[in-house]
Design a protein around this ligand. Structure first.
Ligand code: SF4
Ligand code: SF4
Length: 487
């Protein structure tokens, strides 16, 4: 039996469209970029039909219908634009805004708010409201990541459905009736699941905001880059948003990928953007001289590295570099006359462990590219050179130089420095990485390289899927790509 869906034909605004039988009409209209406004519909959630904004006209139907709750049918003739529909959208919006505060100038959603956007497109009415607005609670603390301004809420129920249907933790609900209806959590309990920021991302207005992003940056100053979350081996697709003039990353948002993360990402992952900013970074090469760390020029640092790797050298690589970088490291050192020993610290079992450790997406392996390092090391016939053989080798041999390609996210390796302890007697200990913590008494020389947000390349996730990361702006001027350091 064929898996291909039966296609049917319908007309929208006079244009013929082929679509799979049973498709949701609003989903189809959005896919084909017809301009139909909506708030409560979300392709990752069930249909609520709450906001009443997505009305369209269908030939043969006596009244306009909401397209989110309509299944397409063969020969259907749909009209998305008419004077009547514009009036419906306009006065529906007036209802949504009856009790909405006029705090756009201080609202974080400004610039990406559905109310602002549709008001400019369909609203622009003189309000007939003479009653005072119903005031609701502001700045309600909903746990570690989320703040609620309930008077901005338009009761679309997206957040309620998200916690009911996606995380299945059901923390939120709409309480009371009529104009006293109010969004909240049961008994004002905090949101403790690992996906609370998804509710902020899907809230179409500024009712749910991120504690981390709140009042930090106007969204129109941010530029987007397509990347992959480095927080674990799931490899959720994300958009990194940075202010290029400030050379600063501000947030990470989920990007749709039906095979990996759908529309979502976890809170832990969403906070991984912080590590790429300058205050957490090694800003310049530094050398330990007479027990004190001192910034040095790249030229002098690389001269020291060249001298060191001419002696008996061991390399250790962590799986937070891209496939291209890892391949470059292996290829470069395999060619050296001293043929240094190269090891990696991937546990092959956890690299293939697909067990979910939270409500939805997160995996135990907190590295983005464990499978990448295994593939590259296998290509160079060094895949069994893991941490255990590394520790044995340094205990049994007289090594002059240790070169460590360090993790940029220390959460993945909280005991990293303990693992290195057997290497303490090695005279030259050089580290290449991104974090300020690399200025550690263990090493003699620390070299700054690029974070995942500043380079392009490939990560291979736990399912074996290769995914590209896009380079954003350079956030640390004096950091160099691995290829340049090795050259
Ligand atoms: S808080 Fe936001 S997502 Fe939740 S019901 Fe209100 S408007 Fe919708
Ligand atoms: S599940 Fe893993 S990859 Fe996805 S957002 Fe969370 S930490 Fe990042």
């Amino acid at each position: 039996m064929s898996n291909e869906k039966e296609m049917i034909s319908l007309h929208v605004d006079g244009k013929e469209i082929q679509a799979p039988k049973g498709e949701n009409l609003l989903k189809l209209l959005i896919q084909h970029q017809f301009k139909v406004p909506y708030y409560c519909y979300h392709p990752g959630l069930s249909v609520a039909g709450a906001c009443r904004m997505c009305f369209v006209e269908i030939e043969g139907q006596p009244k306009p219908v909401i397209s989110c709750n309509t299944t397409i049918a063969p020969g259907m003739k749909v009209n998305t634009q008419s004077t009547g529909l514009t009036q419906i959208r306009k006065w529906n919006l007036a209802f949504h805004l009856i009790n909405h505060p006029l705090d756009c100038p201080i609202c974080d959603q400004s610039g990406e708010c559905g109310l602002q956007e549709y008001y400019m497109k369909y609203g622009r009415y003189e309000s007939d409201m003479h009653e005072p607005k119903v005031n609701k609670r502001k700045v309600v603390d909903l746990g570690k990541h989320v703040v609620l301004d309930s008077e901005r809420c338009i009761l679309c129920s997206r957040c309620v459905r998200f916690f009911d249907e996606v995380t299945k933790t059901s923390e939120m609900a709409i309480f009371n009736r009529g104009d006293r209806s109010e969004i909240g959590t049961y008994a004002d309990r905090p949101l403790t699941n690992n996906y609370s920021l998804c509710s902020v991302n899907i809230c179409p207005v500024g009712a749910l905001t991120s504690k981390d992003f709140r009042f930090k940056k106007r969204v129109w100053f941010l530029k987007e880059f397509k990347s992959i979350c480095p927080g674990c081996s799931t490899g959720c697709n994300i958009t990194m948003e940075a202010d290029i003039r400030e050379k600063r990353a501000y947030r990470m948002l989920p990007r749709y990928n039906p095979d990996i993360n759908g529309y979502w990402m976890c809170d832990y992952g969403a906070m991984r953007y912080k590590q790429v900013n300058a205050e957490h970074r090694l800003l310049t090469p530094q050398m330990k001289q007479e027990g004190k760390w001192t910034p040095i020029e790249w030229e002098d640092a690389l001269a020291f590295v060249r001298k060191c790797v001419a002696s008996q050298t061991v390399i250790l690589i962590t799986p937070q570099f891209t496939v291209e970088e890892i391949d470059h490291i292996y290829a470069f050192f395999m060619k050296q006359p001293t043929t240094p020993r190269i090891f990696h610290c991937v546990d092959p079992q956890s690299a293939f462990d697909t067990t979910i450790t939270d409500e939805l997406l997160m995996r135990k392996d907190l590295n983005p590219n464990s499978q990448g390092i295994l593939q590259v090391s296998k290509k160079h016939k060094l895949d069994h050179q893991t941490l255990e053989p590394f520790q044995k080798y340094i205990a049994q041999n007289k090594i002059e130089t240790l070169l460590v390609f360090a993790p940029s996210d220390l959460q993945a390796y909280p005991h990293f420095m303990d693992w290195l302890l057997p290497a303490q007697p090695i005279p030259n200990k050089i580290v290449i990485g991104t974090r300020i913590e690399l200025i550690h008494s263990f090493f003699n020389l620390a070299l700054p390289t690029l974070s995942f947000a500043e380079k392009s390349g490939t990560f291979i996730n736990v399912q074996g899927i290769s995914q590209n990361i896009e380079a954003g702006p350079k956030l640390v001027d004096n950091a160099k790509p691995i290829s340049e350091i090795l050259c």
